[in-house]
Design a binder for this molecule. Structure first.
Ligand SMILES: [Cu+2]
Length: 167
């Protein structure tokens, strides 16, 4: 990022941190912590895999800009929005990660689309996260069946990536 912009951001963030930090939010570490990363393989006859994860930002305000992986040549960040009672997904240019907050990439909400994915069930793959300020983070995510986690089951009605048949 541009050095001047970085300086401005740092000033803005420290002013914000003074008012926003309180006793109930503990700083267990610096930077961004990723947990619960997992990838759902493409549905039969399809080629798009979907990745989810949880991001805890213990550092300054930041932004997830993009994700890359050897398992896909085209990765997009998406969200779901409701349009006349219908959930639709749309691409986003980044995901805001405010200081001290947890952002859950999960079915029905933010998610990572991996087009033409090489993602076989039971395998795992590397994901590299590019942030506006923080250093890149590389994680390993297992490729598991959708709906395996309890939290995915709760949301399963929302996650329809053009699947036409369900057996
Ligand atoms: Cu999507």
């Amino acid at each position: 990022m541009h050095p001047v912009f970085k300086t401005l951001t740092a000033v803005a963030v420290s002013a914000f941190a003074l008012s926003a930090c309180n006793a109930e939010h503990t700083h267990s570490g610096e930077g961004i912590e990723i947990s619960n990363a997992r990838i759902n393989p493409p549905l039969p006859g399809q080629t798009t895999a979907v990745a989810f994860m949880r991001l805890d930002n213990h550092g300054d305000d930041d932004r997830l800009l993009s994700i890359s992986t050897p398992a896909s040549g085209r990765v997009e960040l998406h969200t779901h929005t409701e349009d006349g009672g219908v959930m639709k997904m749309r691409r986003v240019e980044g995901i805001a990660l405010p200081h001290g907050e947890t952002i859950d990439l999960k079915p029905g909400s933010y998610h990572v689309m991996m087009f033409d994915a090489d993602a076989a069930l039971g395998d795992e793959t590397v994901l590299t996260l590019d942030f506006e300020t923080a250093e890149d983070l590389t994680i390993v995510a297992p490729i598991i069946m959708r709906g395996t986690l309890a939290e995915d089951k709760m949301n399963k009605g929302d996650m329809d990536h053009g699947s036409h048949t369900k057996k």
